[in-house]
Design a protein around this ligand. Structure first.
Ligand SMILES: *Cc1c(COP(=O)(O)O)cnc(C)c1O
Length: 420
């Protein structure tokens, strides 16, 4: 058995783990980015040589690469309109602004998310109202309803942080009942579905990322999808189309623009043609990548589950996730023990992130550490869950042997710190 969980063209798996005394040491970098297909590199070079990096112009023949990406992406998600932009964080800002969020408005947001999400709320001049989470890291619908009623917020910015979600039909129904528009943050759920329906089709608008550590990679990039032509028109002009909005790949008709073209500001948040060229062939790879990620995820998850006291975060029935990272907890409440565990695993080649640290560090931070969110209401379950939450990336190129070695490093680190 080759043990390779990657493509057929992969060479025989190299030795990526060694035994040192009684301990396993992984020799892999878990932050390895998603690979750019050769076709994307070649097309990007063509565009660079032509100098036509900017998507709009007076004399463009045919659709720009960014417009073609919009067509591909809208077709992939199954929504009418896609608007390509410069980052997911900016796409969240555009989604809020285009949905009518005004200065001082409350915006509901689940407490487990990444800093660009509250950042987008602040960018739009709004006020974040944090909603508590369940033990499986998904939004708590009972707390959501309480917070809707207490805040009278009209928009929920729903972040599928680390790709966790459940009960999306119930969530959509609850928000419909209370006339709350849902903006989906799909930075970790491109390719995921709930009971057979793609994530990113449950809200009024959905936002995706193509930053290097997400599911498709153009360094920086984001894309919004919606079925609402007026919203699409506003987002297009806001993203910086000038009056070239007809050059977008999935533009609504002129009627939708008539109402917005002269009253909508330009925020200059466009995607370049180079980024779009890198992304287009990746979309075609996504189903295969999703399968690979999930095979890796299940193998690591099974390995962790075999370690006594190491608890992978449970996943809901009906949740077809994309396992590009894994979250777990240890059977301890001691921050000192968790800190020692993180140090030990890291010393043995497995870089683990911890959400319970006293200060934000690297990419990792908690809602109560965002000092720019005033009057944040505590979310007691998020506090309890995040204090113990550990997190690892799972790059696409991990072999079965790598997955088993990762689980061994985790198990051995836990055994070592538990014994102290
Ligand atoms: C990465 C990420 C974002 C922001 O994406 P960028 O493209 O880096 O701006 C937003 N939400 C979540 C959950 C993310 O992981």
């Amino acid at each position: 058995m080759s043990g390779s969980t990657w493509g057929e063209a992969e060479p025989a798996s190299p030795v990526n783990a060694v035994e040192r005394g009684s301990r396993t040491v992984l020799r892999r970098v878990l932050s390895e980015p998603v690979p750019i297909p050769q076709a994307g590199i070649e097309r990007a070079l063509e565009i660079i040589r032509s100098g036509r990096l900017f998507r709009y112009g007076e004399d463009t023949a045919g659709l720009s690469e960014a417009a073609l990406f919009e067509q591909d992406f809208a077709a992939y998600i199954g929504r009418r309109h896609a608007i390509a932009v410069n980052s997911c964080g900016c796409s969240l800002f555009l989604a809020l602004k285009a949905s009518g969020a005004a200065a001082g408005d409350p915006i509901l947001c689940n407490a487990f998310t990444l800093a660009p999400v509250p950042g987008a709320i602040v960018h739009a001049g709004c006020r974040a109202v944090m909603v508590d989470i369940l033990d499986d890291l998904t939004i708590d619908l009972a707390d959501l309803e309480r917070k809707i009623l207490a805040s009278r917020a009209r928009i929920l910015l729903l972040s599928y942080m680390r790709g966790h979600f459940r009960d999306l039909d119930r969530l959509a129904e609850l928000c419909r009942k209370h006339e709350v528009a849902v903006v989906e943050d799909c930075a970790h759920t491109l390719g995921a579905s709930w009971n057979g329906r793609l994530v990113g089709t449950f809200g009024r608008v959905a936002c995706f990322s193509s930053q290097t550590f997400k599911h498709i990679n153009s360094g920086e990039g984001g894309v919004l999808v919606t079925d609402d032509p007026e919203l699409a028109a506003r987002i297009t002009v806001m993203s910086g189309s000038y009056m070239f909005y007809g050059q977008n790949g999935t533009s609504p008709d002129e009627v939708a623009f008539a109402a917005v073209r002269d009253t909508t500001p330009n925020f200059s948040m466009r995607m370049t043609n180079v980024a779009a060229a890198l992304l287009r062939p990746q979309l075609a790879e996504l189903p295969r990548w999703t399968e690979t990620w999930n095979r890796i995820y299940r193998r690591v998850e099974a390995g962790l589950a075999r370690c006594d006291g190491v608890l992978p975060v449970p996943r809901a029935d009906g949740e077809h996730y994309v396992g590009s990272s894994i979250q777990f907890t240890l059977d301890t409440d001691s921050p000192r023990v968790i800190e020692a565990f993180v140090r030990d695993a890291s010393a043995h080649g497995v870089f683990v992130k911890w959400f319970g640290a006293g200060r934000s560090h690297g990419f990792t931070s908690r809602y109560d550490q965002w000092g720019y969110i005033p009057d944040v209401t505590p979310c007691p379950n998020a506090d309890r869950v995040l204090a113990r939450l550990l997190d690892m990336r799972l790059p696409l190129t991990l072999t079965d042997e790598d997955c088993d070695a990762i689980a061994r490093v985790i198990g051995e680190a836990w055994t070592a710190v538990r014994a102290q």
